[in-house]
Design a binder for this molecule. Structure first.
Ligand code: HEM
Length: 402
């Protein structure tokens, strides 16, 4: 199909980006799409996908053309549920929603909770190192960020077991309503019912994010529905994402003992390693926008009113931007990666995610000499969040006799 307004023909493909075999290893398909055209129309779900670094970044910055206000998920049903949340707002509403937790997530707000996070990491890691064998996902990656964020919000302990399955199900629902989303629907509903009940001062601890959100309702900056959405958005966005970034790091250390050994010698590599893992894995693979006006992506025309996926994961492996993009490079330190998105919707919790990773790594560095894989790594089939189900690990504690 050619387009009169531009030089490039529109490439159309009927491939199913969310088929289980592609979700299991999306990168060869993403490479093909990236080489085919700057924007490919995926006819099965009727959206365009952008896969090149410069194009994804430019579209994320241009919210006037690539709007979030009609939802950043694929289906109209789920976008309806997202309406009024920070993710699905354009300015000026977006600015109001973002302002609510800005101070808590700014460097000063984060330094106030650093010790609390570190002491939690230490307690958790102490228990696991004592056990020697544990599951890197179920016992560590899925426990640590969930409890860090739930503590910051001020949520009760009872009911937290709904959080990770719920967040996983919510992320899946951003994509097509396929088998994974259907199988996890109960977890999504039970999470939402629980979160709704939490917008009650009697249930949450004073001084946390939850109270800040309810204060914004009381002084008229938010309505009650937006408060539920704000609480849920910060919880959801802060969980499965970090869970999977931490999982990917643990897997790396078990599969590449040389990386852990270098980090032990040079602890300042902790930050660069986290950024490189985020670039390679992109826990959130991509979100959508809707064109508010006719758009042009590197010579390809996309008419107004069409859904466009900004594929963070594909952009983060674009060889035009990162040489040897599939390699893990210890010293690459790709701080310009798009795993946290970019532009006005760029991740509000990226400082917290980096802090969580830094404190966990510091704790592990003190206590663990070596990680070993103690079984097969299993992946989840979530179409939107690149995620692991299980990493059986054995650790050799620091100072242990051989
Ligand atoms: C490694 C961990 C994380 C990753 C990979 C990640 C990824 C992302 C991405 C890609 C976006 C952009 C969405 C868009 O452009 O449509 C985003 C937005 C967001 N993230 Fe994160 N995130 C992480 C951790 C966190 C944490 C810890 C929190 C807070 C507790 C958080 C809260 C948010 C919020 C509230 C937004 C919406 C921002 C807005 O729309 O203005 N995220 N995140």
């Amino acid at each position: 199909m050619s387009n009169a307004a531009t030089n490039e023909p529109t490439e159309v493909s009927d491939l199913d980006l969310f088929a289980p075999d592609i979700v299991a290893d999306p990168f060869p398909t993403l490479d093909r799409l990236r080489e085919l055209s700057p924007a490919v129309h995926l006819s099965r779900y009727d959206f365009w996908v952008l896969t090149r670094y410069d194009d994804v970044r430019a579209a994320a910055r241009d919210w006037q053309t690539f709007s979030s206000a009609e939802g950043v998920a694929l289906t109209p049903e789920f976008n309806e549920r997202l309406a009024g949340s920070i993710l699905s707002a354009d300015p000026p509403e977006h600015e109001q929603l973002r302002a609510v937790l800005r101070e808590k997530l700014a460097p000063r707000g984060l330094s106030a909770v650093r010790e609390q996070i570190r002491s939690y990491a230490d307690r958790l890691v102490d228990g696991l190192v004592e056990r020697r064998t544990f599951d890197g996902v179920a016992d560590l990656a899925a426990v640590y960020p969930i409890n860090v964020v739930a503590d910051l919000v001020g949520l009760p302990l009872e009911g937290r077991e709904k959080l990770h399955p719920g967040a996983d199900a919510i992320f899946a629902a951003f994509g097509p309503f396929g088998s994974y989303a259907q199988e996890h629907l109960d977890a999504l509903i039970s999470y939402q019912v629980w979160m709704e009940a939490m917008t009650d001062r009697a249930k949450i601890a004073p001084g946390g994010w939850g109270e800040t959100i309810l204060d914004a309702v009381d002084d008229g900056r938010l309505n009650r529905l937006s408060a539920v959405k704000a609480m849920s958005a910060y919880m959801t966005a802060g969980m499965d994402t970090t869970v999977n970034a931490v999982s990917a790091m643990l897997r790396l250390f078990a599969e590449r003992p040389d990386v852990w050994a270098e980090l032990k010698d040079e602890p300042t590599l902790a930050g660069p390693i986290f950024e490189e893992i985020l670039r390679l894995e992109s826990p959130v693979q991509g979100f959508w926008r809707v064109t508010r006006r006719d758009a042009e992506v590197d010579g390809v025309a996309i008419p107004a009113g069409r859904r466009v996926m900004l594929h963070w994961a594909a952009a983060n492996r674009d060889p035009r931007h990162y040489p040897r993009p599939t390699e893990f490079e210890l010293r690459r330190n790709p701080v310009d990666h798009l795993a946290f998105g970019y532009g006005i919707h760029g991740c509000a919790g990226q400082g917290l995610a980096r802090l969580e990773a830094a404190e966990l790594l510091a704790s592990l560095l003190e206590r663990v000499d070596r990680f070993e894989l103690a079984g097969d790594v299993e992946r989840r089939g979530n179409p939107i969040v690149r995620s692991l189900r299980s990493i059986p690990l054995r650790v050799v504690p620091t100072g242990a006799r051989p």
